[in-house]
Design a protein around this ligand. Sequence first.
Ligand code: PRX
Length: 649
Amino acid sequence: MEGTERENSTLPVDEYISHQRGMYESLHRKSLDNPEEFWNEHGNIVDWYSKWDRVLDDSNAPFYRWFLNGKMNVSYNALDRHVRSHRRNKAAYIWVGESGTEKIVTYHGLLKRVNAFAKALLDAGLKKGDRIAIYLPMIIEAPVAMLAAARIGVPFTLVFSGFGANSLAERIRDCGAKVIVTADGGNRAGKVIDLKKIVDEAVDQTSTVTEIIVVRNTGNPVDMVEGRDFWYDEVTKEQNAYVEPERMDSNDPLYILYTSGTTGKPKGVVHGNGGYSVWIANTLKWAFNPQEDDRWWCAADIGWVTGHSYIVFAPLILGLTSIMYEGAITYPEPDRMWDIIEKYGVNLLYTSPTAIRLLMRYGDAYPAKHDLSSLRVLGTVGEPINPAAWHWYFKTIGKSKCPIVDTYWQTETGGFIISPAIELGLGSLKPGSATFPLPGIDPVILDEQGNETPSNQKGFIAIRKPWPGMMISLNNDPERYKSVYFSKYPGKYFNGDYAMKDSDGYYWLLGRADEVMKVSGHRIGTIEIEDALVSFPEIAEAAVFSKPDEVKGEAIVAFVIPKHGVAHGRELTEKLKKGIRETMGPILIPDEIHYVHTVPKTRSGKIMRRVLKAVYTDQLPGDISTLENEASVNEIREAIETLRKEVGR
Ligand code: PRX
């Protein structure tokens, strides 16, 4: 992959320079110089029951509170207000199933479903502040459950349906979910995933769940436990129910989304109601400039923040029509995505570099079979996009007339933070650069000591000021929130990424600076997989790192030390892979497992993953002093020599 190659020339997309770039610049400046005035105006993108007293309360930093004492409800903003307008019968979702089935759900229809399910949640005994877990595939009931929970003030955690039973159980335990919403199965590449069975296994490891609500999706037979398990269609029988939306405080939690960090335990990122809604709605508008009749397709999974913010909340708050697709983008043929774009006239497409690289591999003949002329803007998210994929997306899919909106952000940031902004005047693009910070974002590139790096020099990206979409805390762990994000550079948000600002002021995101990998755009902690490997009785120690991969961006490599006397080979590898699939989920399965006698460690016992990666990917020799700050250069040299002998490099 040409991930590191950069182009310095800019690429103008003339048709889209609809405003002067100056508009962006003055708005960005205003947002930083006068945030009170800026957000007093932009906070009105959502409707409030009562307005805020103050835009920002930073008296208890870094626990920033936005739109202090403002009262609103996200489901009201996503539904009721549109149903009272010309959008009542507009499609909120055009849902497409893997087998080609299609469902159109209007704003009015969605509100009815949400009310019926909100009533079911109240009937289950839930009260404002209780928590639920949602473990659903890409079906309409997923946004329905999220909006119903938001309506009654019950924070939810939606767990990606590709996670296994242990991962699900850990999340249920951490958030104390009382109810779980799941389905009899999910469809993926022609196979049915038995979600209910995974939920049953997870619930056995937890103590808070009193009710499981099961959507009939695949018709897969499932075991139902009397008094605990209920069918979704039976609990939502009251089709004309109306549940008054709770008046939520701007800073009440809306949801908890677990994401990987540098320890084995995932972090429960908590997003609030008010600031989050304001941020995601504004950022979608600034970046993509969606029009009333557009069809927006965010082709992510609802289980990740991209799906939360830009399949569910932001497009609904803006009253857009979204495409939602349950299934694999290459099923039944590699032109599934192009087929959906043609069939439904998609105008704005938002997907990952991994998806682009995967589809690019199948060649130009597949997109050539389809009329893609409805496309106006192409977006990417989740990982750096390499120039080859950028150009293919731009030329072959966008016919050189659609700008590429490369959005940089994280679970913690709530929405885009660095991205081209079409509504604010798109300047010139540089393939592989996410361009400039959006209004409200004040980034800086720092070296290890906290000094600003000169242009064109790699450093760590930090953000100097809070913004409305940022998480409000980590669930059950405010100390970890402070130490992970605000201790490296006191007073600044540090997010674990390398970046560089070039001499024209463009930002280039250069990958994770910590023990986190981006595999097919999924964020995975090396330590999570190590913990899973050492939980097998055969394994003494494990070290996990990533290597570059042409399609997935990064692939997972595991070095494992089997216990004394354990026979290792293909059989053990299969056992480890199968076990990880079941407990953690398929996305965490290592692509390669190697058996070794030792892994390099520092004197304090930390595995030197960077050294492993460097040796394995032949990046050495170089400046090894930067590889591991805690280890002496001699230690590293010794470790490298031993490792080279082991892996024969
Ligand atoms: O390393 C950055 C990378 O994805 C990380 C955040 O992952 P997650 O919380 O799962 O959210 C993904 C969806 C927003 C970041 O720390 N990343 C995200 N977008 C980009 C990116 N790297 C480069 N370019 C991007 N556009």
